[in-house]
Design a protein around this ligand. Structure first.
Ligand code: PLP
Length: 400
């Protein structure tokens, strides 16, 4: 696009006409101290049903206290990249604890999950190689492949047979298969056992992005690979994010010593960026202790998920096949999904509308997410409000 003010205006107007222009809502305060589940917007107190704070740790005072203590010790910023002077004992201890937690030899911290995916894919693939990904993978995995020198091919969503078919055609060139562990917009689970077998059969890496499974799924919250019974030998590489269930910020990749060292040598989004603040690493260490020790948070989530699905089914709401805290309600049509989200806001709930191009056109949805910190009364009130908030489909518009 040329530097042309009229072209900029026209592009924004076109997005607006398709109900795809994104806007931000500024949170003025949290009604309960530190609770992202109780935001105040435009003077109105809402219940947040669309964060990724699955375990309710983002507002936990123990994390805040660990952060405060570390801030006094380490200061606010790391001041440099890990490979320069930014790697502190706090980062190092967190890496060791994450490796231990995930049953891998080593772990490497990244500043964000987006950067972890882009970095790992770039580090482990090369020109003339093929990367195979699920059609509905998170944008950061897709972007990692696009930015790499390798060629990206995609298999049908959660379809390991389709992955096996393409892998067989590309056996010589295939170097990496990547999948979300839990799909971020659908909440369903990847066929990890089958994908691990495909990857093994073609000597390819399997990279599992467990942004939404880490802390939530598997024994002790160890994630989707553990839940699938896959140990390091069957699925060596695991990526997790820390800004969701862990309630802080950042991400990591875990694997054996050598592959983690190779990623450290090669991942440009690791090498050429400032390390996360050490105090964030300290708060994450506190989160990891809670994730290990407070299994009741996961039990509470399981209970809330079952209640939400039962209540939604009783009200005839179109759910997706998800057993995780991500429970989308389909509202096809961008304008209709936006209107439903707005009507929910008026009733005191924050549930964002997910539109094309984040999801395929015609599958727009309200992305409801549940947190262990939600009360039964809040869940019940949401279930009552959702059916009243979805506008009827216009003639010719799909209803589901
Ligand atoms: C599946 C998945 N992977 C990666 C990311 C990126 O993580 P981060 O927010 O830490 O960049 C997200 C969401 O943010 C995600 O949903």
């Amino acid at each position: 696009m040329k530097r042309d003010a009229a072209a900029v205006t026209a592009q924004l107007a076109a997005l607006g006409a398709r109900a795809q222009r994104r806007t931000r809502r500024s949170v003025e305060a949290y009604a309960a101290a530190g609770s992202i589940l109780a935001p105040v917007i435009g003077g109105q107190r809402l219940v947040n049903f669309c964060s990724n704070d699955y375990l309710g740790l983002a507002g936990d005072p123990r994390l805040a206290e660990a952060l405060r203590a570390a801030l006094m010790h380490w200061g606010t910023g790391a001041g440099a990249a890990h490979l320069v002077t930014g790697h502190t004992a706090e980062h190092h201890a967190l890496e060791e604890e994450l490796a231990d937690f995930t049953g891998r030899e080593a772990a490497l911290l990244f500043s964000t999950g987006y950067m972890a995916n882009v970095g790992v894919i770039g580090a482990l693939t090369a020109r003339d190689e093929v990367i195979l990904q699920d059609k509905l993978n998170h944008a950061s995995l897709i972007d990692g492949a696009r930015q790499s020198d390798a060629r990206l091919l995609r298999y049908r969503h959660a379809d390991a047979e389709d992955a096996a078919r393409i892998a067989a055609e590309q056996s010589q060139r295939l170097s990496l298969i990547a999948t979300d562990g839990v799909f971020s917009m659908d909440g369903d689970i990847a066929p990890l056992t089958e994908l691990a077998a495909v990857a093994r059969a073609h000597s390819a890496w399997l990279l599992v992005d467990d942004a939404h499974g880490f802390g939530v799924r598997g024994t002790g919250g160890r994630g989707s690979l553990e839940a699938a019974g896959l140990a390091a030998a069957q699925a060596p590489l695991l990526m997790g994010t820390l800004g969701k269930a862990a309630g802080t910020f950042g991400a990591f990749v875990a694997g054996d010593h050598e592959v983690i060292d190779l990623i450290l040598q090669r991942a440009r989004s690791y090498i050429y960026t400032t390390a996360m603040p050490p105090a964030i690493a300290a708060a994450t260490r506190a989160a990891l202790v809670i994730i290990r020790e407070e299994g009741w948070r996961r039990e509470r989530l399981v209970q809330l998920i079952a209640r939400f699905r039962e209540g939604a089914a009783a009200r005839g709401l179109p759910l997706m096949p998800s057993t995780t805290p991500i429970q989308p309600v389909l509202v096809p049509g961008s304008a209709r999904a936006l209107a439903a989200s707005e009507a929910l806001r008026q009733r005191g709930f924050w549930v964002s509308a997910i539109r094309h191009p984040t999801v395929p056109a015609g599958t727009e949805r309200l992305r409801v997410t549940l947190s262990a910190a939600h009360s039964d009364a809040q869940l019940q009130a949401l279930l009552d409000a959702v059916p009243e908030s979805i506008p009827p489909a216009a003639p010719g518009e799909p209803t589901v």
